[in-house]
Design a protein around this ligand. Structure first.
Ligand SMILES: *Cc1c(COP(=O)(O)O)cnc(C)c1O
Length: 362
C-alpha cells in the first residue's frame, strides 16, 4: 500500500535542486499516486486532484480568459449553478441551455463560447446529453467540451473517449464512495489545459490532504463492485417505484420510459445508482415521506455505500431560484434517491413503509 506522506516540505539536495518533491501545496507523493490512478481510469494523460469538486471547477473557470462565454447545462448540480451565477458571473458570461436539445446546443456554439459545460446525467432530473454528438459539433466551432462525470463515475462512462476535452469529478461521491472525504479532480489529455489549471492550483492553493488522497485510493479499489451493486439495486427499485400507485413518475436512465434511454445505452456501460421520482402529493406528503424513511438516510450528497434520500427543492437545489427550479421540473413532490449497497429488499420495505404512512394523513 502506498504510505501516507504526511509531509509539507521535502529536503533538497542543493539550493533549488529538489528530489522530485518540494512542498505539498505543489505536489505530494500520495496525491501523485491518486492522480496516476485517476488518469488511467478516464484514459487521460493527466489528472489533477483538488480540495473539492467545486474548487476544481473554480480553477478551470479561472483558467479561461476574462470575459469568456461559457455555455452550461440548465440542470446542473446546485453548487455548480451557484458558483457560476454568484461567483464567476462577474468574470465570464454564462448561457444556460438544455443540452439534451442539439439544436439549442448548436445555436449556443455559434456564439463562440470558450467552453461548453455538460453534466450528464444531470442532477436531479437525470437528463442525458449526447456527449459524442456535442463534442463533434464543438470541434467544428473550436469550443472545448468539459463534462462533469460525477454521477456515472469512470466505471460507467468515459467522456474523453467520446471526444470531450476535460472530465471533472467530485471525488466526494462515487469515486471515494464512503462518505468520508471531500475532494475533486480533473482529467485531460490536453497538456496546455493541464498546465494552466495545475499552475493555478499551486498559486491559489486548493489542494487535497495526503490522508484524504490515501482514503480515495482505498475507495477506488472497490469502485467496480460498488457501481455494479448500486446499479443492480437502483434498477430494481426504479421498476418497483414505477409500478407503485402512489408514484406519479420515475426518472432513471435504465428505464425504457426514460426520454434519453437510447442515448444512455449508447454512451454509458451502466445506469448508475441515482433515481428521481415524483410522488403523488405536494410538499406536505414529500416532507412526511422523508421523515418516515429509516434505512434511507435523509441527507445531501450521493454516491456512498449507504443509501441517501433528499428533497432537491428544499435541500441540494435551494440555491436555484424557484422560477428556474419550476421550469426545470424540480417540484415539491420530487424526491431524489442515492441507492446504496444495502439489501435491496430492505430498501424497498423502507420506502413501502413511508408510502403507507402517507395514506394516514389523507
Ligand atoms: C457534489 C457534486 C459536485 C461538487 O463537488 P464537491 O466535492 O461537493 O465540491 C459537482 N458536481 C456534481 C454532479 C456533484 O454531485
Amino acid at each position: 500500500m502506498p504510505p501516507i506522506f504526511q509531509t509539507s516540505t521535502y529536503v533538497q539536495k542543493s539550493p533549488g535542486k529538489h528530489l522530485g518533491y518540494e512542498y505539498s501545496r505543489s505536489h505530494n507523493p500520495t496525491r501523485t499516486r491518486l492522480e496516476t490512478n485517476l488518469a488511467a481510469l478516464e484514459n487521460a494523460k493527466y489528472a489533477l486532484v483538488t480540495a473539492s469538486g467545486l474548487s476544481c471547477m473554480s480553477l478551470i473557470m479561472h483558467s479561461l480568459p476574462k470575459g469568456s462565454k461559457v455555455v452550461c447545462g440548465d440542470d446542473v448540480y446546485g453548487g455548480t449553478y451557484r458558483l457560476f451565477t454568484t461567483v464567476f458571473n462577474d468574470l465570464h458570461e454564462f448561457n444556460f441551455i438544455n443540452t439534451t436539445d442539439l439544436k439549442s446546443v448548436e445555436a449556443a456554439l455559434k456564439e463562440k463560447p470558450a467552453v461548453i459545460w455538460l453534466e450528464t446525467p444531470t442532477n436531479p432530473m437525470l437528463k442525458v446529453s449526447d456527449i459524442q454528438k456535442i463534442a463533434q459539433m464543438a470541434k467544428r466551432y473550436k469550443v472545448k467540451v468539459c463534462v462533469d462525470n460525477t454521477f456515472m463515475s469512470p466505471y460507467f462512462q468515459n467522456p474523453l473517449n467520446l471526444g470531450a476535452d476535460v472530465v471533472v469529478h467530485s471525488l466526494t461521491k462515487y469515486i471515494n464512495g464512503h462518505s468520508d472525504v471531500v475532494g475533486g479532480c480533473m482529467m485531460t489529455s490536453n497538456k496546455s489545459i493541464y498546465n494552466k489549471v495545475s499552475t493555478l492550483q499551486n498559486s491559489m492553493g486548493p489542494t487535497q490532504s495526503p490522508f484524504d488522497s490515501w482514503l480515495v485510493l482505498r475507495g477506488i479499489k472497490t469502485l467496480a463492485i460498488r457501481m455494479e451493486a448500486h446499479q443492480k439495486a437502483a434498477l430494481k427499485i426504479s421498476k418497483w417505484l414505477e409500478s407503485h400507485p402512489q408514484v406519479e413518475s420515475v426518472i432513471y436512465p435504465g428505464l425504457k420510459s426514460h426520454p434519453q434511454h437510447r442515448i444512455a445505452k449508447k454512451q454509458m456501460s451502466g445506469f448508475g445508482g441515482m433515481i428521481t421520482f415524483f410522488l403523488k402529493g405536494g410538499l406536505r406528503e414529500s416532507k412526511r415521506f422523508l421523515e418516515q424513511v429509516d434505512l434511507f438516510a435523509l441527507a445531501e450528497s450521493l454516491g456512498g455505500v449507504e443509501s441517501l434520500i433528499e428533497h432537491p427543492a428544499i435541500m441540494t437545489h435551494a440555491s436555484v431560484p424557484k422560477k428556474i427550479r419550476e421550469e426545470i421540473g424540480i417540484q415539491d413532490n420530487l424526491i431524489r434517491l442515492s441507492v446504496g449497497i444495502e439489501n435491496v429488499n430492505d430498501l424497498i420495505t423502507d420506502l413501502d413503509f413511508a408510502f403507507k404512512s402517507l395514506k394516514k394523513i389523507k
